[in-house]
Design a protein around this ligand. Sequence first.
Ligand SMILES: Cc1cc2nc3c(=O)[nH]c(=O)nc-3n(C[C@H](O)[C@H](O)[C@H](O)COP(=O)(O)OP(=O)(O)OC[C@H]3O[C@@H](n4cnc5c(N)ncnc54)[C@H](O)[C@@H]3O)c2cc1C
Length: 321
Amino acid sequence: MKTATVIIVGGGPAGATCARELARHGTDVLILDKAEFPRTKLCAGWITPRVLADLELAPADYPHRLLTYRRIVFYIKGVPVPVPTHQYSIRRFEFDDFLLKRAGVPVDRHRVKKIRRAGSKYIIDDAYQCTYLVGAGGTHCPVYKSLFSEIHPRDPGRCIATAEKEFAWQWQDPQCRLWFFDRGLPGYAWYVPKQNGYLNVGIGGKLSSLKKRGETINTHWRRFAGKLARKGLTETRGLAPKGHIYYLRGRSDAVCRENAFILGDAAGLATRDMGEGIGPAIESARLAARAIITGNPYSAQSVTQWSTPQILAGRFTTRKS
Ligand SMILES: Cc1cc2nc3c(=O)[nH]c(=O)nc-3n(C[C@H](O)[C@H](O)[C@H](O)COP(=O)(O)OP(=O)(O)OC[C@H]3O[C@@H](n4cnc5c(N)ncnc54)[C@H](O)[C@@H]3O)c2cc1C
C-alpha cells in the first residue's frame, strides 16, 4: 500500500495550491487525479488579480495565454453597461497543468472510488493510505461523497447548470461581455476571448429555476449561439457545447471532519453573484494547508463570497501585464 502523510484527491487549482503550500513546508504529499494532465476543464477561465496575488505569480511570469481586460461589458436585460476594471483570462487546459507542475509533488493517475477510515488512517481503494485526506475533486469529489454529504448537504437551489465551448478562433472583439438574465435565463451568458486566438463562450443558470419553467440549459444555449452569430462575434451555430454542474456558496461551513478537509468546488464555494470558483478554490486551499501545518481549525468563512466588489475595485488597480 502506498503511504503519504497527506493525500489530495484532485489536482485542479484547489488541489495543486494546497499541495504546493504543504510541500513548501516539507510535508509529504501525494495527489491522486483521475485525469492525465493537461486535461480539459469546462470553465470560462476568467481570473481576478487576487488569484494571481494568492498564487504569488506575477502576470509576466505566467508562461501561457493571459489576456488583460481593462473593462467588462455587462448587459442587463440587453442594456450594455461598460465597467472599467482590471481582470484576466487564461485557458484552464494550460493554467491547471502549470499549477500542478509548479506544486512539485508526485501525482498518481488514479480514479478514487472507495474511502474508509482504519484507526487514525484513511484508506483509499485499498491501495493508498494517509493521515490527512484532502478532497479537492470538484463537484463529484469522492471525499465529499464519502465523508461530508451528510454534514454538509448541498442546496439544490444553488446548483448551476452550464453549457460552454472553448475553441481556436481569431476573434476581432477583445472585450469580455456578460449578458445577465437574457431572454429569461436565470443566470448569465459570456463571451471571453483568450490571448492568441482562442475564445470561450457559454451560459450558466440556476438548475431549479430552469426546471420550474420546463427548460434546459440547452434551450438557452441555442438562443445564445444564434445571438453571437447575428452579432458577428462567432460562428457557434452548429457547435455542440459541453455541460457541467457546480454549486454556489451555501450556508454550511462543515469543511473539516477529523483529519479530512474539503476545498473549492468539493465544498461548493463558488461566489454567490458570479459563480467565480477559481479564486475561492485557491483561497480555501491555502487555508486548509495552513490548518494541516499548524493544527489550527480550518474554516472557509473568510473565503470570498461575492465577485462584484472585486470587479468594481479592479478599476483602481494599476497593475500592468
Ligand atoms: C462552464 C463553467 C464556467 C466557469 N467559469 C469560471 C470562470 O470564468 N472563473 C472562475 O473563477 N470560475 C469559473 N467556474 C468555476 C470553476 O471552474 C471551478 O470553481 C473551479 O474549477 C474549482 O476548482 P477545483 O480545484 O475545486 O476543482 P476542479 O477544477 O474541478 O478540479 C477537480 C479535479 O479532481 C479530479 N477528480 C474528480 N473526481 C476524481 C476522482 N474520483 N478521483 C481522482 N480525481 C478526481 C478531476 O479530474 C479534476 O482534475 C466555471 C465553471 C463552469 C462549469
